[in-house]
Design a protein around this ligand. Structure first.
Ligand SMILES: C[S@@+](CC[C@H](N)C(=O)[O-])C[C@H]1O[C@@H](n2cnc3c(N)ncnc32)[C@H](O)[C@@H]1O
Length: 198
């Protein structure tokens, strides 16, 4: 089933139970209408992809699109990023984690709703395999400053050149719109520290 039913899979996730095989898994948080993850999954049939989206309307749209295109290596889950990161994902199980154009919550009283904060980034680090990547993009100037600071302080990561890290990846729906509007986009890329070999 493309539409992952939390009543039918055990937590924390074991990928073979979900995908029916053992392959590297990438995860997108807040996938919207799914433009990015579906294109990436279609182009990489040897890998598996999980996309999490809170909004039922977008989740259903993405499920319909995946089914129509016959994309077999993607699973779509309607839940929150927090549920995914603090309950569902196994440690060291994700190769690449994408957070693309997270809601900026521009009003000051809503800043606490922003996704990129220290405890969430620490949970992302836990979910990544050693050498796994966290890739983030935003168009929002203020949020970009906050994201840069949270990521700078995050432990157990190395910074990568974002241009290299994003090279060859598809555009998201929001990115395409912002691109057409000529709006600046701020990319961030981190790699989880690999185990030290003694
Ligand atoms: C600004 S949109 C970007 C969508 C897509 N990534 C893109 O770039 O086109 C942010 C998306 O994240 C989803 N979202 C916001 N907070 C979330 C959360 N805590 N957990 C899961 N999804 C969330 C929203 O419903 C929305 O679809």
């Amino acid at each position: 089933m493309i539409d992952l039913d939390l009543n039918r899979v055990a937590a924390p996730f074991q990928w073979p139970e979900i995908f029916g095989r053992s392959a590297p898994v990438d995860v997108e948080i807040g996938s919207g209408k799914g433009r990015f993850i579906l294109e990436l999954a279609a182009a990489n049939p040897e890998r598996d992809f999980l996309a999490v989206e809170r909004a039922g309307k977008y989740h259903r749209l993405c499920c319909d699109r995946a089914a129509r295109r016959g994309i077999a290596n993607v699973r779509l889950l309607r839940t929150t990023a927090e549920d995914l990161l603090f309950r569902l994902l196994n440690e060291a199980s994700v190769e690449n984690l994408y957070v693309l154009f997270p809601d900026p919550w521009p009003k000051k009283r809503h800043h606490k709703r922003r996704l990129i904060k220290a405890d969430v980034v620490a949970a992302m680090n836990q979910a990544l395999v050693p050498g796994g990547r966290l890739l983030v993009k935003t168009d929002h100037e203020d949020y970009a400053v906050v994201i840069a600071e949270v990521l700078r302080r995050a432990g157990n990561f190395e910074t990568l050149d974002p241009e290299d890290a994003f090279a060859g990846l598809p555009e998201t729906g929001f990115e395409r719109k912002y691109h057409d509007q000529g709006r600046p986009i701020h990319p961030f890329a981190l790699e989880k520290i690999r185990a030290v070999v003694s």
